[in-house]
Design a protein around this ligand. Sequence first.
Ligand code: NAD
Length: 316
Amino acid sequence: MRVLVTGGAGFIGSHFVRSFTGGDEVTVLDKLTYAGNPANLEPAEGRFAFVRGDICDAGLLGEVVPGHDLVVNFAAESHVDRSIAGAGEFVRSNVLGVQTLMQACLDAGTPKVVHVSTDEVYGSIEAGSWDETAPLGPNSPYAASKAGGDLIALAYARTHGLPVSITRCGNNYGPYQYPEKVVPLFVTRLLDGLDVPLYGDGGNVRDWIHVDDHCRAVRLVAERGGAGEVYHVAGTAELTNLELTARLLDALGAGWRRVERVPDRKAHDRRYSLTDGKLRALGYAPQTAFEQGLAGTVAWYTANRRWWEPLRKPAP
Ligand code: NAD
């Protein structure tokens, strides 16, 4: 199968390329923002063609998209804190970029498109879980831009019959994640003997999933997902940030004196939670238990200082 992976040099997209495209003819299209890193794709060297480019570039997409049987879109600005500091790039890549890509897929007659999204589009839920029919209520500019992209993708399915499916997933962890996100940030700082910043009262709840399970779900939706349908990818470990911090401190043999309390993130969603029965009906089951996945992740950052050390400097 000829597969185009947009955003394939980022954390999740590169895992998809490395682990879920064996036997495919793969093109990676990536703008290589601060979060895109060719080193993430080194283990797949020789198995893909690389195009440096922007999903907002209609001319480029008109050349690259035709001929692919499957397009999977991971390209996005992805860090909530950055969207609070400045939302422009988020709207550009996550809304206009999705529209430009959907139009290119429509023009090319792409047989299958998967657009990768997030549980954050729903806002915050105190108790219970969202199913795929829940109304969108995003709070951060990041989440709002992802919701906008999702709605544009669904509009292309409904209006033009574009065969696009959407996945919405909880918080990912795993190797090759840019060390601004909480798991690699805490692990790399603890490895360096530095303190770690914990937002607010630490009571915010996230449902964690190993990147490998997320990518397995994306591949399954590419193969069996319906056009215009949304599929949730739920996590395997619902934890408060305090609980997550305790596990990371434990794994690195550090104590609570290494934790620095910092003012809470603006509009910090308290809790996300998804039901995933629709995806499980396609045959999905997660394969990585949280304890095992987190231990493997900590071991990876411990062994791969060469990968993350150059990324610790403040990115532009
Ligand atoms: P990431 O920031 O690590 O990677 C994003 C990639 O997209 C980078 O390689 C970057 O260079 C590229 N990119 C950004 N803008 C682009 C543009 N305009 N054109 C082409 N390439 C562009 O993000 P990630 O964590 O790998 O997330 C991938 C996708 O999964 C995103 O859509 C994100 O919203 C979604 N998601 C992430 C999580 C998570 O926990 N990380 C959870 C659910 C959903």
